[in-house]
Ligand binder design. Sequence first.
Ligand code: PLP
Length: 400
Amino acid sequence: MNDLTTIFPTPAIPLTPVLSKLPLNKKVRGKHTTASLLDAQSILHISSGRAGIALALECAKVTNADEVMIPAYHTDSMIAPVRRTGASPVFYRVKSDTDIDLADIQNKITPDTKVVLVTHYFGFMQNLIPLRKLCDTHNLILIEDCAHTFFGSLNEIAVGQIGDYAIASSMKFFPIYDGGLLVSRQHSLDGITLHSPPLTFQIKAALNILENSLKYQRFGLFGKILGGLLFIKSILWQAKKSISNNKRSSADIGPASADGGYGLDEHWIHKFVSWPSNKIIARTDSQELVRKRRENYKEIVTALIGLPGCRPLHPMLPDGAVPMVCPIYVDNPQKHFTKLKLLGVPIWRFGEYLDPEIDETLCKNSVELSAHIFQFPCHQELLSDELDWMIQTIKTQFEQ
Ligand SMILES: Cc1ncc(COP(=O)(O)O)c(C=O)c1O
C-alpha cells in the first residue's frame, strides 16, 4: 500500500470480486467450457501468485549464477521471487499494446539465461508459440504468468498450456482473501512440499471474505448477523495482539499479497491456500463468471469509446479472452486519477512502480503504459447499478 491510498475514500464499488451468496451449493467444477488453469494435470492451490513464481523458480533450480528474463512492464511482486534466488533479473521490452518484444528477448539471451517469465496482461493472452520455440532452442524454462488470465485461450491454445509452469493469482478472479496457483501441463509438481496455514489464518480468511462483502452491502438483513461475527473477530484479534505483545510476524497474520502489499513473505511460499478461499474457488460457477466478465467488459468499452482524452487499450475482446479488468489509456493521467479516486471510482494501476532500472531507453512503452493505463473493474460480482454508476462517473469526468 502506498501513502496515497490513505487520502482516498474506500471505493464506492468493489475493485475485486466480493462474495454475494454463501457457497453452500455443491462443487460446480466440470461445468465450465472455457479453458482454465484448473484443467492442468498438476495443480497446487497456494497462497498467492508471487509464491507460485517462487516455487516455479525452485522447480527450475534457479541459482545466483543465473539470469531470469522479466518483462519491463511489471509489478514488484514478480521480481521479488527472482531476487530471493539471488539470480539477476534481465528486463525485456514489451510493445505498446503489451505484446512481448520477441526480438529483444532473443538479443538478451546469454549463456547464463535460465528462465523467461512472460505475462498475459489484463486477461489478453500472448501468442507464445514463437517464444516456446526460442526457449526450446536455448534450453530455457518458460514460466507463464497468468496472474491476469485464470481463464481463456488464444487460437485454441489454452492458458498455461505452453509454459513449463504457469502461475495464477486466484484473488483477482474469485471473491476470496488469499490464493494463487502453480500449475504445469508438462511437469509433475510432486516434489514440492506445502503446509496448511495456521487455524488463526483460516478464520481470518473466512471473516475477511465476509467483511469485504458486508462493506458492499452484499447480504442484506442477513448481513447484520454476519456483522456480529465480525465484531467477535475484531475482539479476538485485539486479544491475540496483546497476548503476543504486538510482536506479530507475517507467519501469524498472513501474506502481504492478501492485503494488497507487494512483499514476498518467506513463511507463505510453501503454504496451501486457506480452506475458505479454496472452497469458494471449487464452488464458483466458472461459466457464469466468464460470461459476466465478458459482458461487463464490452459494456464499459462501448460506453467509453470515443470519449475525449482516453481510449480502450483493447477495443475488441477476442473470443477466448476472459478479462481481469478493462484497461483504458488516459492521455492526461494527472488530471483524472485523483478526481476519479476521490469520487470513489476503483482504479487499479498495474506497473505503476517499475524497477529503477526501467527508463525510456530500456523500454519506452513500459514507461508509457505505467503512467497512462488505468484499469477499471469488470468482474462478475459488480451489480448492474454499480457498473452504470462507474461508467457514468467516468464519462462525466472525461467530458469536462
Ligand atoms: C502480472 C502479475 N504477476 C504476478 C503477480 C503476483 O500475484 P499475487 O499478488 O497473487 O502474489 C501480480 C500481482 O498483482 C501481477 O499483476
